[in-house]
Design a protein around this ligand. Structure first.
Ligand SMILES: Cc1cc2nc3c(=O)[nH]c(=O)nc-3n(C[C@H](O)[C@H](O)[C@H](O)COP(=O)(O)OP(=O)(O)OC[C@H]3O[C@@H](n4cnc5c(N)ncnc54)[C@H](O)[C@@H]3O)c2cc1C
Length: 212
């Protein structure tokens, strides 16, 4: 009812929402939500992201259903310009993929021999039983794509916590990108944020209206 003639109109929506965020009336922000496809992110970063429970929905690629043929690994920025660390990352990724394949082959053999724990009635279940066992050797660097839905109040909180300069660098990079996407989509609801560069060449996002 605040919108309309003699009240707030769309032309001054920015002021209206700033009043809400500055006063901490964040519950209104729960009516808008965004869904994002996150890929090129590692299992270690998604494990941190899923700690945010309030106001979010998550669907993640299951390593039980997706075969090792599409395994991908995520290289941390600290390794990318360092030839030795980069080479070690590549070796590790090749080794993990090879070990996964070798383990899946061994499990398949045992399944064919009738091992009870690997037994299944349908072929999709049989594959799942092999993959769910073999995946446990995969490293934190394994890519773990997800669809992440959050209401604006929750997304703002995640940006504030995770794009902070004290947050771990991989999740900070993700949170900064999240902010850039959301700001492009809705410059009003995320208009109080500022992106700043840090001495190490990375970025942080700040706002004076934390935890609306
Ligand atoms: C720099 C950093 C370091 C961290 N280190 C560790 C670590 O060493 N170990 C570790 O286990 N975790 C760690 N975490 C994760 C952290 O403890 C939280 O689990 C995570 O940030 C989720 O945030 P949140 O609790 O605000 O939850 P969200 O789900 O994002 O909730 C948003 C807000 O809703 C409210 N809320 C949500 N759930 C409840 C509830 N059940 N009851 C009451 N209010 C609720 C709270 O106000 C909360 O802040 C770290 C996080 C950061 C940013």
């Amino acid at each position: 009812m605040s919108f309309g003639y003699r009240r707030t109109t769309n032309e001054n929506a920015a002021q209206y929402f700033e009043r809400l965020t500055s006063a901490g009336h964040g519950s209104v922000l729960e009516h808008a939500s965004f869904s994002l496809l996150l890929y090129g992110i590692s299992r270690s970063v998604t494990h941190e992201l899923v700690r945010h429970r309030a106001g979010v929905g998550i669907s993640q690629v299951s390593q039980r259903y997706v075969s090792g043929a599409v395994l991908r690994f995520v290289e941390r920025p600290e390794y990318q310009n360092d030839p030795e660390l980069h080479a070690l990352f590549e070796e590790r990724a090749d080794r993990a993929a090879a070990e996964y394949e070798a383990m899946a082959d061994r499990l398949l053999e045992r399944q064919e021999r009738g091992e009870a724990l690997l037994d299944a009635e349908y072929s999709t279940d049989a594959r799942k039983k092999v993959q769910q066992t073999a995946r446990s050797l995969l490293p934190n660097e394994t890519e773990a794509p997800m669809v992440f839905t959050g209401n604006v109040r929750a997304l703002r909180h995640i940006i504030e916590m995770r794009a902070d300069e004290h947050a771990e660098s991989e999740i900070r990079n993700l949170a900064v990108r999240l902010f850039l996407c959301l700001f492009a989509l809705d410059p009003i609801l995320f208009g109080d944020y500022q992106i700043q560069s840090l001495p190490d060449g990375t970025y942080r996002v700040t706002t004076k209206y934390r935890k609306a």
